[in-house]
Design a binder for this molecule. Structure first.
Ligand code: FES
Length: 572
């Protein structure tokens, strides 16, 4: 085997020559790096190739990323065939049900980890492989901040499972069956049997939840090649998409297109439109706001309302409709949806291939209208999410109207307050709880500043005594989030949160609140003098003494700023 001496000065600064460690002698640093790389058995010819870093978020704790090993192998194949050197490396992996207190508490940590490794290690381009709810936004936030050429590859959605005349998939059906179990309509035996039928293949949740919404938004932004976001996790096309992502990353080295060229104010507005047309997850609004914040673009919730009033819901999937992600993909997927929306979109943004949206869109040969409606026959003539403002939410709150009960849109009612998650768990099923179906349930002290970490607890359970009496929906509100797979008349992300001193922290049981979707308003009907008295008694919660929790308490922003850490946004 011939030995090639290291190139002095590493003038090209490509591949392994990038970002040499600081020993005060860059030539020695590269010499050392190459000699250590050779211990892994690479030939000199391989080490001379441009490097594609591959972000590997495989984990035994992450069922949604179960296919990661074969996806990584396929990406490597694509990189090698195109002339690059593939270098997979691990980063934090976040799986929704596996994390305490909630995966949201760690999204920014994953983004920070990913950004640090993208910038610290030598690579000329990257493939970001993720799928479960927080991994895709974390990777996109990191890609924007690192701003190296990158392609996003999602793991893809799971398949629904045929079961006794219906189809089941995580996790709308999980919630539907659990609500029926709480109401006494499903037996212990049946709920145990269903547990093994809800998620039977690899992949992310099979409905238009947060993971699927984020995959569609990544496709709209242009970080995922058009048509690749919704391919089922277990389909052979998913592996071909992985191989393609590897080859594309190598092409990006010769013709660099950086995330800052792809993620722009125009592509972000397109993504907001698509979020509304999907009837997508409310969580995606927080993630998109955080991604935009990394780019210095602010998402204004009042602009969201304007977009919502002029964007129809066209996609009919669970949790609001009946279809699953495999139906959406077979129906035409994002190419069909974007074609349908084309007159509402900015057509100049480019994607990772360097091609404008206008050039990428072609009239689809086939669209299954059961799942992707024509503009003339929308699921709803207006968008799925609206923002609310008022004395209870000075900086805004949101409601997913496409998943709510229209008869509850205009509600003024007495409120039952739960002071945090422990209080909610202690009292919600108390037979003596003084609550009726006409009341509003309100949870406070569960926002991003609290140890609860803004969990998906906004889907407050219907008190069991009401559920057993047949009540299926009530107005519920909080400073936390809701799973993208959930449904109901649920006001979320009330900002500022209670722990930040927002009016939400002053609400007491027996107060009255007025919700008006028509007026986009949310008001606490308590005299100012009484609120002043309550505020005088209020004090902020104690901060955790150390560690990541302390960094969050010091740095995390509110929902209208994407819950990013202040120091990680564009400009710090
Ligand atoms: Fe991972 Fe739903 S739990 S996508």
């Amino acid at each position: 085997m011939t030995q090639t001496p290291p190139k002095r000065g590493a003038a090209a600064k490509q591949g392994l020559a990038r970002n040499t460690a600081n020993y005060g002698d860059p030539d020695f640093a590269l010499y050392l790096r190459r000699s250590f790389a050779k211990s892994m058995g690479y030939s000199q010819a391989m080490l001379d190739r441009p490097v594609v870093g591959i972000v590997d978020t495989g984990s035994a704790y992450n069922n949604c990323h179960r296919t990661m090993p074969e996806l990584i192998e396929a990406v490597k194949r694509g990189v090698l065939a195109a002339g690059g050197l593939p270098m997979p490396f691990p980063t934090i992996s976040l799986c929704e049900p596996s994390l305490f207190p909630t995966s949201m508490h760690y999204r920014n940590l994953a983004a920070l980890d990913t950004e640090a490794m993208l910038t610290a290690q030598p690579m000329d381009a990257a493939v970001l492989v993720g799928g479960c709810d927080k991994t895709v936004p974390a990777q996109l936030m990191a890609a924007v901040s690192a701003d190296i050429p990158a392609v996003q590859l999602v793991t893809g959605p799971m398949l629904a499972t045929p079961f006794q005349g219906e189809r089941l998939s995580a996790c709308t059906d999980c919630r539907r069956y659990w609500a029926a179990y709480r109401a006494g309509r499903v037996s212990n035996e049946r709920i145990a049997e269903i547990e093994g039928r809800l998620a039977t293949t690899a992949g992310t949740c099979g409905v238009m939840g947060t993971a699927s919404t984020m995959a569609c938004l990544a496709e709209t932004l242009g970080m995922v090649p058009l048509g690749h976001g919704s391919i089922p996790a277990v389909h052979a096309d998913r592996l071909r998409a992985a191989e393609d992502a590897g080859a594309l990353a190598v092409r990006l080295i010769a013709n660099p297109i950086r995330p800052s060229q792809i993620i722009t104010a125009a592509s972000i507005e397109n993504a907001l439109r698509v979020l509304l047309a999907l009837g997508g997850s409310t969580n995606a609004l927080i993630h998109l706001t955080a991604i935009a914040g990394r780019r210095g673009v602010r998402i204004d919730l009042r602009t969201l309302n304007e977009l919502s009033d002029s964007t129809p819901v066209l996609v009919d999937l669970k949790p609001t409709g009946e279809g699953y992600m495999e139906d959406f993909h077979a129906a035409g997927g994002m190419p069909a949806l974007l074609w349908e929306l084309r007159d509402l979109l900015h057509l100049d943004p480019i994607d990772v291939t360097g091609v404008s949206l206008e050039q990428r869109l072609v009239e689809p040969a086939f669209v299954d209208r059961r799942y992707i409606r024509a503009r003339a026959e929308p699921v709803s003539p207006v968008g799925g999410i609206v923002a609310l403002f008022g004395s209870l939410a000075p900086r805004g709150a949101i409601l997913k109207r496409s998943a709510a009960t229209p008869s509850l849109f205009e509600t003024e009612a007495r409120v039952m307050v739960f002071d945090g998650l422990a209080d909610l768990a202690d009292r919600i099923d108390d037979p003596e709880l003084d609550v009726t179906a006409d009341d509003i349930l309100l949870l406070k002290n569960a926002g991003s500043l609290t140890p609860a970490g803004m969990p998906e607890a906004g889907y407050l359970p219907i008190p069991s005594k009401l559920a057993r009496a047949g009540v299926k929906d009530m107005v519920r509100m909080s400073d936390c989030r809701m799973s993208g797979t959930a449904f109901g008349t649920i006001v979320l992300h009330i900002t500022p949160e209670a722990a930040a001193g927002g009016p939400l922290g002053l609400v007491e049981t027996g107060d009255r609140i007025r919700l008006s979707v028509k007026d986009r308003s949310l008001d606490l009907l308590v005299p100012q003098a009484e609120l002043d008295r309550r505020r005088a008694r209020w004090s902020p919660p104690a901060k955790p003494p150390r560690g990541w929790d302390r960094l969050i308490a010091d740095q995390v922003l509110q929902a209208d700023e994407g819950c990013d850490l202040a120091v990680l946004r564009a400009g710090g």
